[in-house]
Write a protein that binds this ligand. Structure first.
Ligand code: G4P
Length: 285
């Protein structure tokens, strides 16, 4: 789904998430481990306020492990717990309920002190931008397939609680938030990782961004994947080199840049270049 966000939509999405906050004990802020800052809603602190929050770095299976470690430390230094997970395979997902319980320990202690013997399960809500893996995680936690309501802002239905083991309940519809659109760098990173659909951005531009990034940060992977002895500094020369290697030629024998762009982005998104992270705590803007 291509989502069009207007200021009115953003305000509505924010309101919808805030409506749900009163029902929950803890929010799960779902981020893409490969781009934790770019996949973050720019107003998230304001939206969630003081609500206990567990950060989940999803798609950690595709991210550079060393960089994910840096992010976990980065969030830790800010007083936040972040867990790396892979909602698709389920890796790390079992830790979520225990972490959530720990986060709301004080609140539940107070309930017990007031004489409530068996406090209810911890109630949680998943929030995140489109394509970060919210539905996949909900299904994984539920242990079954929960129908998707569609990523359209304003599509509502009756809220239901999904049981996750004995001690946690999850709202079945996630809070959908918007990324930081106005930042071009963010747009490219989301496009490279596949969070923004390809129709929206020029594929060649996205591939230029990706190749420049890989040349700087993962030159050996690039050289190895495309059989290059060295990585040309000039981006057109790099497109040419990859194009010739991969036989991306037009009938006239010129390099077909659209095809090169397609191949490079496909390779990145399907891990043909290995596990990649596109931002580090040090590089964040
Ligand atoms: P959303 O509800 O937040 O919009 O995201 P959704 O769960 O639909 O997930 C978006 C895509 O990300 C899906 O790919 C899903 O399989 C994939 N995904 C979710 N979590 C993980 C993870 O931890 N690791 C990996 N590798 N992939 C994950 P898709 O079904 O192929 O759909 P699409 O590519 O056509 O969007």
């Amino acid at each position: 789904t291509v989502i069009q966000w207007f200021p009115g939509h953003m305000a509505k999405a924010k309101r919808e998430v805030q409506e749900k906050l009163k029902w929950i004990d803890v929010a799960f802020e779902l981020l893409d481990a490969r781009v934790p800052m770019s996949s973050r809603n720019p107003m998230i602190d304001e939206i969630l306020g003081q609500k206990p929050r567990l950060i989940l770095l999803n798609k950690a299976d595709m991210a550079d492990e060393a960089v994910t470690e840096q992010w976990i430390r980065y969030f830790h230094d800010q007083g936040r717990l972040a867990l790396p997970i892979d909602a698709q395979s389920g890796t790390g997902v079992r830790q979520i309920a225990a972490a959530a319980k720990e986060m709301v320990k004080d609140k539940f202690e107070k309930m017990r002190a007031k004489g409530i013997k068996n406090p209810r399960p911890v109630r949680a809500l998943i929030v995140g931008i489109p394509n970060v893996g919210k539905s996949t995680l909900i299904n994984r936690l539920a242990g079954r397939h929960i129908a998707k309501t569609g990523d359209k802002p304003g599509v509502t239905k009756a809220q239901q609680w999904i049981k996750v083991g004995k001690e946690m309940e999850l709202l079945d519809t996630p809070g959908i938030l918007w990324p930081k659109f106005e930042d071009e760098d963010v747009g490219y990173k989301l496009a490279v990782t596949g969070a923004i659909k390809d129709e929206i951005l020029n594929l060649q531009d996205v591939a230029v961004y990706a190749l420049r990034f890989l040349s700087t940060h993962y030159p050996n992977r690039l050289a190895e994947r495309y059989g290059l002895d060295d990585i040309p500094d000039d981006i057109v020369a790099l497109f040419d080199a990859i194009g010739r290697r991969r036989g991306c030629l037009t009938s006239g024998g010129a390099v077909d840049y659209d095809k090169v762009a397609d191949i490079v982005l496909y390779d990145i998104r399907t891990e043909k270049l290995g596990r990649l992270s596109f931002e580090t705590p040090a590089s964040r803007t």
